[in-house]
Write a protein that binds this ligand. Structure first.
Ligand SMILES: [Zn+2]
Ligand SMILES: [Zn+2]
Length: 204
């Protein structure tokens, strides 16, 4: 099933939509990595974004299906590390909006369910994007069953990214300039001291 899913920051200043979202054209994963956990600490929303083991739910989509209609002036980006993704959020109320590569061009956007009004483990999220396919960035060696799941999740994602590229060409929506593929807003990068303070709280 495909549906248009409204996107909103928690206070309602940033609004948009994800077009045609469904299980077949998204990749639902859970991630326990330092970056995702530090990001939740940075936003001050660990309770909303992380489960008790420090995992975030993320669904990856074609960025050309994600539109922001209102409140672009409140959108900001942060990089936890100099080489990591840009994590876009609504600065008005610290709501995560989507994670991208540092520049446009590659069709890949990771969305935390909170901007669709749901916590990661809500059944509504499974209804939108299907069950979790696998753990991304596992912290510990995984048993064979989990490794097989990860393999098939990666195959699914690669197939989707190829389709998205064929369909949409060079990706720039919604956070990059169409011509230069540079970020519309310059993201801040955490200092080493800031990052280490967040990493000290990481659940491993
Ligand atoms: Zn807001
Ligand atoms: Zn992560």
């Amino acid at each position: 099933m495909k549906q248009d899913v409204p996107v909103s920051c928690t206070c309602g200043k940033v609004k948009g939509v994800i077009r045609g979202l469904g299980a077949h054209n998204s990749n639902h994963v859970r991630c326990p990595c330092d970056g995702c956990q530090s990001y939740a600490q940075y936003l001050g929303r660990a309770d909303d974004m992380l489960d008790e083991r420090g995992f975030s739910n993320i669904f990856q989509i074609d960025p050309s299906t994600y539109e922001i209609h209102e409140g672009m002036e409140h959108v900001a980006g942060v990089r936890i590390t100099r080489t990591g993704p840009i994590r876009w959020y609504a600065d008005c109320c610290k709501t995560p909006l989507g994670n991208t590569l540092p520049r446009g061009g590659i069709a890949f956007l990771g969305v935390l369910p909170i901007c669709t009004g749901h916590k990661g483990t809500d059944k509504a999220v499974v209804d939108m994007v299907g069950p979790v396919r696998a753990i991304a960035n596992a912290r510990t060696p995984q048993p064979i069953g989990a490794r097989v799941k990860t393999f098939f999740m990666l195959m699914h994602l690669m197939r989707l990214m190829l389709l998205w590229r064929i369909r949409g060409g060079k990706s720039w929506k919604p956070f990059f300039d169409k011509e230069t593929l540079r970020p519309l807003k310059k993201p801040v990068t955490l200092s080493d001291a800031e990052r280490e303070a967040f990493e000290a709280k990481v659940i491993s």
